[in-house]
Design a protein around this ligand. Structure first.
Ligand code: PEP
Length: 248
């Protein structure tokens, strides 16, 4: 298995001034870290982040991509446009997109396909709501979400990254226990194994209130290959502590 992958999701936060200061602090503290790392910035800041990250060990990511190739889709950003800014990773199917923008499993699968076609690694988010967990539907939900992506992208499914993000843990301060995370990650790994002989190449990240205090325990589980980090990625010292935990 490759080195752990730690990805910051800035969501709709930042400014030219704040980004410059956050990235310079993170880059200054990154020396010697051996995990893979990236930040997914808001689209208007891709050019700024591309310039600041050039030649560094911190890769550039986007938070969404259009399911369409090009054309009359006002407000959307295509995978080829992201590629123009040297974007390496793109989050698709984040629960906030599924919830607030009505993205279906099929749309998420198309977005992953567009990213892959442009040479961008999609970070495919899956996760259950609290009601679904309480109803014992966690496995069924995440398997349904991943199955759509496998169905559309089966031939290159080993090129994706998966992020297990229980919806009830995102931005709430509630975190899945390492056991809960490992259990779901193992389910997802088995599903990938049934689809490709190269399932071990797929990094399965955990996301949901991961922070400097709980990262090491989560990352110690065998199928937790890294983290997708929201709030805690906006604080340089906290993000750096997590990169350190992932580099052990
Ligand atoms: C996320 O936005 O993907 C996320 C996991 O957020 P937070 O870490 O703030 O829960």
């Amino acid at each position: 298995m490759a080195a752990k992958l730690m990805v910051g999701n800035w969501k709709m936060n930042g400014s030219l001034v704040a980004n410059a200061s956050l990235l310079s602090e993170v880059l200054a503290g990154m020396g010697g870290k051996t995990c893979r790392a990236a930040v997914c910035v808001p689209a208007p800041y891709l050019a700024q982040a591309q310039a600041l990250l050039a030649g560094s060990a911190l890769a550039l990511g986007a938070q969404d991509v259009s399911a369409h190739e090009a054309g009359a889709y006002t407000g959307e950003v295509s995978a080829d446009m992201l590629r123009d800014f040297a974007v390496r990773y793109c989050i698709v199917g984040h629960s906030e997109r599924r919830q607030y923008h009505g993205e279906s499993d099929v749309t998420v699968a198309s977005k992953a396909q567009r990213a892959l076609a442009a040479g961008i690694t999609p970070i495919v988010c899956v996760g259950e709501s609290l009601a679904e967990r309480d109803a014992g539907q966690t496995e069924a939900v995440v398997k349904r979400q991943l199955a759509a992506v496998i169905h559309t992208n089966g031939h290159c499914i080993s090129e994706i990254v998966v992020a297990y993000e229980p919806v009830w843990a995102i931005g709430t301060g509630l975190t899945a226990t390492p056991e809960q995370a490992q259990h779901v990650h193992a389910v997802l790994r088995a599903q990938l194994q049934a689809a490709t002989p190269h399932a071990d190449r797929v990094s399965i990240l955990y996301g949901g209130s991961m922070n400097a205090a709980n990262a090491a325990d989560l990352l110690a589980r065998p199928d937790v290959d890294g983290g997708l980090i929201g709030g805690a990625a906006l604080k340089a010292s906290e993000f750096l502590t997590m990169l350190k935990a992932a580099s052990r």
